[in-house]
Design a protein around this ligand. Structure first.
Ligand SMILES: *Cc1c(COP(=O)(O)O)cnc(C)c1O
Length: 220
């Protein structure tokens, strides 16, 4: 299967309201050009370095939208704010506040997803539900960034049904938070769903899916 065919397969299951971001951390710039040729404009990278070199190599392509999906260290916040339109992996209040300060300095307003852990998961970063609820007043004060939604990755080993339930829990959490009065943001985006579970994520209300290997794997 070609990259174009892989993308077409995903699009067949994709409601018009759901954005397809192609995760390119294991893709070459040539492969990214193939994805671009069939209309992909949103690319997800997990490392700053990789994104930087790919952005240079793809500088001739207009209207790309770059998404950071990997854990961000404090000392790379400035670079991240310079390189990315979206940061999906904002996993602590401290990091969010750093991004907000840098965004003020640079005069930009990156879109932010807050990464949450709605099930215990020692392998992942992110707010637990009680931590996120407790931090809401401070999050509310970060007004330079555009806090746009929640991001989540299910723990390994869930069944398909449990995976849907996991994603529904994330959706419900975003609704609960949006119902709170006097917050300065609305969590309208749900960034969830990778190659193995994007169908379950769509069923639970994902608005941005992040498949990677299913698009690029047969073409390495
Ligand atoms: C790697 C990665 C993806 C894509 O994973 P695939 O299994 O290749 O689809 C999506 N989201 C995040 C946060 C990732 O790190």
């Amino acid at each position: 299967m070609s990259i174009a065919q892989n993308i077409e397969t995903i699009r067949q299951d994709l409601p018009a309201s759901v954005k397809l971001m192609a995760v390119t951390k294991q893709a070459s710039v040539e492969q990214m050009r193939e994805a671009y040729a069939v209309g992909i404009r949103d690319f997800g990278e997990s490392r700053i370095q990789d994104a930087q070199s790919k952005q240079q190599e793809l500088a001739d392509l207009p209207d790309l939208c770059w998404h950071l999906i990997g854990h961000l260290q404090g000392n790379k916040v400035r670079k991240a704010v310079q390189l990315f339109d979206w940061i999906h992996s904002v996993d602590s209040l401290r990091l969010l506040q750093q991004i907000d300060r840098v965004a003020i300095e640079l005069g930009t307003s990156p879109n932010i997803c807050l990464q949450v852990k709605v099930l215990p998961d020692p392998d992942k970063y992110g707010w637990t539900i009680p931590e996120l609820l407790a931090d809401l007043p401070e999050i509310h004060r970060c007004q330079q960034v555009k806090i746009s939604g929640l991001m989540a990755i299910p723990p390994l080993g869930l069944s398909s049904t449990q995976t849907i339930e996991f994603f529904e829990r994330v959706r419900d959490l975003s609704h609960e938070i949006d119902q709170q009065q006097q917050l300065s943001f609305q969590l309208s985006e749900l960034s969830m769903g990778m190659s193995g579970d994007y169908r379950q994520a769509i069923a639970a209300g994902a608005t941005i899916i992040r498949p990677g290997s299913i698009i690029f794997k047969h073409n390495a």
